[in-house]
Design a protein around this ligand. Structure first.
Ligand code: COA
Length: 176
């Protein structure tokens, strides 16, 4: 499996993957999900400030994950760089093979290269696979927005999770 940065030439493959995962999973409120599938929404994920990587087997894109940095206030001496992890998706037929973990660890390592102090993300629950993945890497739930939105008749909570890098070793496991 190859993990490489995606660019605008990958837009079609990313859109197809996103649409497939979206049909099977919980990727947020309908307005956000629909926007993410538009040409502008896909292009946004492939341009700065986003950095998106994809996992390929041969020519086939099987997963992707994005990062971006929250704006730092230049007038706040105590403001430190925080990043967001977003768009973590794996093809439904390629789940449970370690691809999601590899993609997330790749993004966390990149954030650390960029000097990140920490990272946050939003999970729409119930999503036991995503929660277990993030918790295994040291993320902790920080805020719960109960019943944030309805999808297919089911109400979902949004859980914000975060991780400070001081507690993460280069291998992606928590330091003592
Ligand atoms: C969440 C998702 C990205 C995980 O990707 P994956 O490639 O299947 O994950 P991995 O195989 O790398 O597994 C990593 C960890 O996730 C957890 N996990 C994966 N599948 C799981 C499942 N079905 N139930 C519970 N935990 C699971 C485990 O902790 C696993 O660690 P382990 O291998 O040490 O047991 C994938 O299921 C997905 O794309 N889901 C739909 C989109 C989505 O919800 N994205 C997250 C948005 S926040």
């Amino acid at each position: 499996m190859l993990i490489r940065e995606l660019n605008l030439a990958d837009a079609g493959a990313l859109r197809n993957l996103r649409a497939l995962v979206d049909a099977a999973g919980t990727l947020g409120p309908e307005s956000e999900r629909l926007r993410a599938l538009t040409p502008e929404g896909i292009a946004q994920q492939l341009r700065p400030p986003y950095e998106t990587v994809g996992a390929f087997v041969g020519e086939k894109l099987l997963g992707s994950a994005s990062l971006y940095q929250y704006p730092v206030d230049p007038f706040d001496l105590f403001d430190v760089p925080w990043f967001a992890l977003a768009g973590v998706i794996v093809h439904p037929l390629a789940c449970d093979q370690g691809i999601g973990r590899k993609l997330v660890v790749c993004r966390l390592n990149r954030m650390q290269e960029l000097g990140a102090h920490g990272v946050s993300l939003v999970v729409n629950v119930p999503n036991p696979a995503a929660m277990a993945l993030y918790e295994s890497l040291g993320f902790q739930s920080y805020e719960v927005n109960e019943g944030a939105y309805v999808h297919n008749g089911q109400r979902y909570d949004e859980v914000t999770m975060r991780l400070q890098f001081a507690s993460l070793s280069p291998t992606g496991t928590e330091s003592p």
